[in-house]
Design a protein around this ligand. Sequence first.
Ligand code: OSB
Ligand code: MG
Length: 367
Amino acid sequence: MIIDNVSVFQLKLPLKKPFITGFGRIENKDIIIVSLKSNGFVGWGEASTLYAPIYNHEDVFTAWHVITDLLIPRILKKDIDINFLEKLFSEIKGHNIAKMGLESAFWDLKSKMNNKPLFKLFGGRKKEIKCGVSIGISKNPAEVLEKIRIAQAKNYHRFKIKIKPGNDKELISLIRKEFGDIPLMCDANSSYSFNNINELIELDDYNLMMIEQPLSHDDIINHSFLQKKIKTPICLDESITSLDKCEKAIKLKALKILNIKPGRMGGLNVSKKVHDLCMKKEIPVWMGGMLESGIGKAHLLHFSTLPNFKIVGDIGPQNYLKEDIIEPKITMSEEGMISLPETPGIGFSINMKNLKKFCVKHFTASK
Ligand code: OSB
Ligand code: MG
């Protein structure tokens, strides 16, 4: 397909409440939205960055640079397909979230041109997805308990709490006392080090579904040592940024479960390869999230219909942003499920009024 026009929007989307993790505090979602036009069709994608490099090395400013200065000039006027993008991405090292911004717009565009819902392009089969919730760190444990109570009443299928050193064992013990054996996991966002692994070993008593990314954001080796010492499965997030890293981590037994975030991996194409490798190696995966806007979440929703997404992920109704940029809203049924749209592409329309309202920077280029 020949790309006729590209528009890039830097957005600052206010959260209803700050979201606190082991790496820091998020008050607004600073993202890049990419729209690609070809032959009268428009595809939409999201680079779901943060305001600073606190989750990985990228942020909204580096993604803006990579997308507008490096990627877009190399695709305009060209006849692009996924092989073209794969080659282009291999020439630019890292900057995976930025690549996802462009690639996800490409997939939306391609599925609209093929008149198919996006999930069919990847061979996804599921017609609905179970929802899970991710609950941020709070100084007050009662607040976390209350959030679990509310999520349970809404029939969420899995509960993830954020932890950090000193904010872990007592909280988990309180949750187990109050809610019994609910499907509970925790995400440390790389806030522990190998020197305080005893704190992690103590979490082994609570029958957690998994501990997500306890150690450094780029570590594999120490996760492998830690996994030998605990029976709770380690799930990696931050550390797995390519097919190669995934292969090595599996070889070293550094993980039993993988969080697939297509942004962290550098797009849906490489994520499909990682998904297939994990399926072959019997490593179940689940869909991660980064507090995306509706555009990003819709992409994740479609992708999580693939067969090795065997564990409930961070997929749910969009309710952490004050306002979203898609219509209709992503909603969850009383059974805690989201149905896949059957219309072409991501299956949601863009709320242009809100897109403009939250846009802080705009770039457009035509062939
Ligand atoms: O590590 O999974 C994470 C949010 C921002 C950055 C990193 C993470 C998260 C979440 C929220 O846990 C997941 C979501 O519901 O989108
Ligand atoms: Mg995580």
